[in-house]
Each structure stands twice: as C-alpha cells, then as structure tokens.
Design a protein around this ligand. Sequence first.
Ligand code: DX5
Ligand code: ZN
Length: 220
Amino acid sequence: MNVKIAPSILTADIGRLAEEIAAAETAGVDWIHLDVMDGHFVPNITIGPLVASAVRSATRLPIDAHLMIEAPDRHIAAFQAAGVDLLTVHVEVCPHLHRTIEAIRESGAKAGVALNPATSVESIRGILPYIDLVLVMSVNPGFGGQKFIGGSLSKIRQVREMLDDGGFSDVELQVDGGVAVPTIRDVVEAGASVVVAGSAVYNKNASVAENVRLLRKALT
Ligand code: DX5
Ligand code: ZN
C-alpha cells in the first residue's frame, strides 16, 4: 500500500536528535513530523522554532509541524523561517480558520488542519479548497505512546469520502496517534495517505530501521 510514513520525534532521544532523524531518513521514511505543544491547548510543552531549525539542518525530508498551540497565527512566520514545509493548525483554536490558512500559505508553507477525536468532520468542509492536508487525530493530543481510539477509523473513512467526493483527492489525509504495527493497515485501508508514527518508530524494543521495516511489512 502506498502510504507516506512520518515519524514523530516526540519519543526520539532528543540528545541525539540529528542521529535519530538520520536513522529514520536512512530507513526510508517520507516526512518528519514535529509535535509542537504549548502547555495551554494541550497539557504538555515540547519544541519550538529553535528545534525545528535544528531538525531542518539534519534532514532534506519534508518537515510537517503539528501545532497543538493556541493562537497559532503568532508563530507561523517563525516556523516557516525555521524551514518547516507544512504547518498544521487545530480547528478547535482557530475562530478565523480561513485567515489562518491564508497566512500560512502566504508565508510560503503548505497548510493543514487538524481535528481532535471529538471534533466533527463537518467543521472542515468549507476549508477543503484552501488546504493541503487534513490531520485526523486518533488519540487526544498531548502525549506520545497512547492507545489508538478505534472509532477513529470511521472518521478517517468519512474524511476520505468527503475529499474524494468533493474533488479534493490531492489533499493529504494524515492520521496521528497510536499508529503502530497492529493498527497501521486498518488506518491506511480507511483512507490515510500519510501516517504519523512516534513510539512505533522510536522505542527501546528495536532499531529505527527495524521498526520502519515492521510498519511497511504490516502493509503488505
Ligand atoms: C500526540 C501527537 C502525536 C504522537 C504520536 O499529541 O500529535 O504525533 O506523539 O505518537 P504515537 O505514535 O506514539 O502515538
Ligand atoms: Zn502530531
């Protein structure tokens, strides 16, 4: 199955970040996913433009930043300047979503919108003509290593149908949270074109190369 794998560096060894990213690139992943958290929209605090810039220096792969932050408009320019290729904002914190998406695109980056597990698919129908990616969260955002929420599969199918029926098949459908060997196949069959995998790629059980191989194998 033809799907892009985007490792989240959340569970990587941050002290060896460049090596961890190089290992994923060598293993043949497609994008690098950055989980940006502000301690307000989600309980956790993670990385900002400074680390995004270090990631940019470590890889030629496309970088997508998943902004789990309030008032994301304030930080678009800084992440774009850091070399991030695609910025995804949460619909739950964007009262003027179209304006935010336009600002991202005007900065030169691609734009995505993310939906929390309890957020309706309908909330993104009107923005589809203006975006490059929809991110369906399959855990509540905030932490790596959580259990995949089974009900996300029907939501992924709904978004896939909405994209294809509306003539937006070029828009990427990214799924994030709990994607691992037992779940990746169902997620892709439901319609994902990009999967984020954090703890399934960066863990203590096996090397990054072996973990990426296992994810690909689960899709054959
Ligand atoms: C959750 C993040 C995810 C997550 C992925 O808030 O957006 O990217 O860290 O990690 P796993 O694959 O371990 O669920
Ligand atoms: Zn994420």
